[in-house]
Ligand binder design. Structure first.
Ligand code: ZN
Length: 338
């Protein structure tokens, strides 16, 4: 695939100066996509998201939207958005936001027809609230509520390998990376009749063998490809092994971006969303092999000799149409419903 760089001003979502609207027309895939992982915060941000999404053929999304924003977004975008229940991240000062008021929120989300509940359990959750481990008593109660409401479960269980040698050096506090999966696997068995979507390639895009073991051991487990910078950086390193992995696990992996759409778009305008769509599509459907347009701060954090605005390498794997149809659309539709 050809790109035409240096036609637009540079920013952290566009180090190549791409005209994303034009580049979208150069991508080979022509059928609709489902973005299985977004965060649409407020109806204005949702409008902006869908405006850019339309350039890239995104038909619908599963959004982790705060409860108060759900009615307005549902009214305007109807069946283009499925909501995922999440705690009230707007009110960080409310001491109950991850406990009692969260339990009420789950029931309110369920009353609105929400069919999936997110359990965000990144190791750094321990710094936010003690209940944000996957097996805390509060989490177990919330899981029971979500189960009774017939919800599917979504989980964010781990962060990049490199974070465990940097941010999470205190293993007594955070555990090591393998520890995160002990509790996940136990709960995957305990709630074996629930569909589980493990975000960000189950937190381990660095290790496809580990992901294969998880998928083989737990038939109720599915993965999404979201978290653009992390996925581009790590999945690109696997080359043809990634192709094999996606083939082998057809029907278990769904495409997503992890776009956080909020007012102001972090000052990056259309490029914030367009860059994620472009990079995450280029990785799977093209043979592009070159720099990502998105600044990845983890690169210079790990290697301080690198410039602060370093970007990872995209290694496109040029999947065949049948595999793309599953990854981009059919798996989400079949597994999650519409
Ligand atoms: Zn997310």
């Amino acid at each position: 695939m050809q790109i035409t760089p240096h036609t637009q001003p540079l920013n952290n979502a566009n180090r190549l100066g791409l005209n994303y609207r034009h580049q979208a027309t150069q991508l080979p895939w022509q059928a609709p996509l489902i973005d299985a992982h977004t965060h649409l915060w407020g109806v204005e941000a949702a409008r902006h998201y869908f405006q850019i999404a339309s350039w890239f053929g995104i038909q619908s999304t599963w959004s982790q939207t705060p409860l108060k924003d759900v009615p307005a977004i549902a009214l305007e975008f109807g069946d283009r958005v499925n909501f995922v229940a999440v705690p009230d991240y707007y009110n960080f000062k409310d001491p109950n936001r991850f406990t009692t008021s969260w339990f009420e929120n789950i029931e309110q989300f369920a009353a609105l027809g929400t069919r999936m509940c997110k359990f965000w359990s990144a190791p750094r959750g321990r710094d936010v609230h003690p209940s944000l481990t996957l097996d805390s008593p509060e989490r177990q109660y919330a899981m029971k509520l979500a189960y009774q409401a017939n919800m599917m479960f979504m989980v964010h269980i781990a962060d990049p390998d490199t974070w465990f040698t940097h941010q999470y050096k205190d293993h007594r506090k955070y555990g090591n990376k393998a520890d995160q999966y002990l509790v996940l696997e136990r709960l995957l068995d305990q709630y074996g009749d629930v569909t589980w979507l493990a975000a960000h390639m189950a937190g381990h895009p660095e290790d496809l063998n580990h992901l294969q073991q998880l998928l083989d051991r737990h038939p109720n487990l599915y993965l999404d490809t979201s978290a653009c910078k992390w996925m581009i950086r790590e999945l690109s390193k696997h080359g043809s092994r990634l192709t094999d992995f996606i083939h082998q696990n057809a029907g278990r992996i769904m495409w997503g971006t992890d776009i956080v759409a909020q007012a102001g778009a972090m000052g990056l305008g259309d490029d914030l969303y367009a860059s994620r769509f472009w990079a995450m599509r280029s990785l799977f459907e093209t043979n592009y092999h070159g720099p990502s347009p998105i600044v990845d701060p983890d690169l210079s954090r790990l290697n301080p000799s690198l410039p602060r605005k370093s970007t990872a390498t995209v290694h496109g794997i040029n999947l065949d149409p049948a595999t793309l149809q599953g990854l981009y659309h059919d798996t989400a539709l079949t597994v999650l419903g519409n």
